[in-house]
Design a protein around this ligand. Structure first.
Ligand code: MN
Ligand code: MN
Length: 319
């Protein structure tokens, strides 16, 4: 029996087959009625910040498509999402293709609207540049910086690319510089891609961020890594940013800058579940799904499923 009055629930797939209907995330209702939502899923179809292979603008559509097979009960976390939280597919934030600054203004404004309604944002990229305006919007409403839990093959803490401040390799440099995150409670996990220089990692470390590299994670194992992340976050309000290239290129070929030596979907699900349970979750984004290079939709399915774990842990918090 539902413990709360849940306004938004997925279409009943025992009455309407999963392959029917207009695609929304997890077959949830599409609308803008934030007042009845606990979580708003939304797309940011923007890839102007891409440095290599573009196409993440089609990520939200691919994730929605893949998500139609997700079901409400999550065995990994032992939670029925729809019995505990009301989740809305809020649609996409409109951007201006080719124009970073104009798009950032729109993305930040969209995030502010969701956060001001007291709703937890769950965004789908788009390339990783979108996380900067999302964090700007979140902290504007929250009133102070948040802890960051960042899964990625890349640190994304370079100061500039091609003489410009913003692209998908720079969001966390600016998040630190603008005081959007608390470095002492933030952690980057899975970092392993080759870099132009070591400076990017040194910058993050010098600013107080903890980095667990890909090789370190392989050595530490899941349990120890989860413990490190939880100790680091230490109950602070936390924002999760998940770049799908955290996964090995074998599990996530559909992304703009794939890296080998990474992690399986099993490991990613366990890490997400273990790091997020019982945390004060302020929001999440899942970025860099690029369907044009995807095989059999496995990257989009991985993205949709990692978002599902986030929803499950928000739901568990309200059980
Ligand atoms: Mn990356
Ligand atoms: Mn990234």
């Amino acid at each position: 029996m539902p413990k709360r009055n849940i306004a938004y629930k997925p279409v009943d797939s025992l009455k309407s087959p999963r392959f029917s209907g207009v695609r929304t995330y997890m077959r949830l209702p599409h609308g803008t009625g934030l007042e009845k939502a606990d979580v708003a899923v939304f797309g940011v179809p923007f890839d102007t910040g891409t440095s290599f292979c573009p196409g993440a603008r089609f990520g939200p559509a691919a994730i929605r498509d893949a998500s139609s097979i997700l079901k409400p009960y999550c065995p990994l976390t032992d939670v029925n999402i729809v019995e505990n939280i009301s989740v809305l597919d809020y649609g996409d934030i409109d951007t201006v293709p080719g124009y970073m600054d104009d798009s950032f203004v729109k993305i930040e404004a969209g995030m502010v609207k969701i956060c001001e309604a007291g709703v937890i944002p769950l965004g789908m990229g788009g390339d990783h540049s979108i996380t900067l305006p999302l964090l700007r919007g979140l902290t504007k409403v929250h009133g102070e910086p948040v802890a960051l839990l960042h899964f990625d093959a890349h640190s994304d803490t370079i100061s500039d690319y091609f003489g410009r401040d913003y692209n998908h390799g720079t969001p966390f440099y600016w998040a630190i510089e603008e005081g959007l995150i608390k470095p002492e409670h933030s952690i980057q996990v899975g970092i392993r891609g080759p870099l132009y220089t070591k400076d990017a990692l040194d910058y993050a470390k010098n600013k107080g961020l903890e980095i667990i590299t890909g090789p370190q994670l392989h050595d530490l194992g899941l349990r120890e890594t989860i413990k490190c992340a939880r100790d680091r976050i230490n109950g602070q309000p936390v924002y999760v940013s998940f770049d799908i290239d955290f996964l090995d290129a074998a599990y996530a070929p559909g992304t703009g800058t794939p890296e080998i030596g990474g992690f399986t979907t099993h490991q990613a699900l366990q890490l997400m579940a273990g790091c997020c349970v019982g945390m004060n979750l302020k929001g999440m984004d899942l970025v860099e799904v690029m369907p044009a290079q995807d095989n059999a939709g496995i990257t989009a399915l991985a993205g949709a499923s990692l978002m599902h774990i986030f929803l499950a842990q928000v739901a568990k918090g309200l059980e």
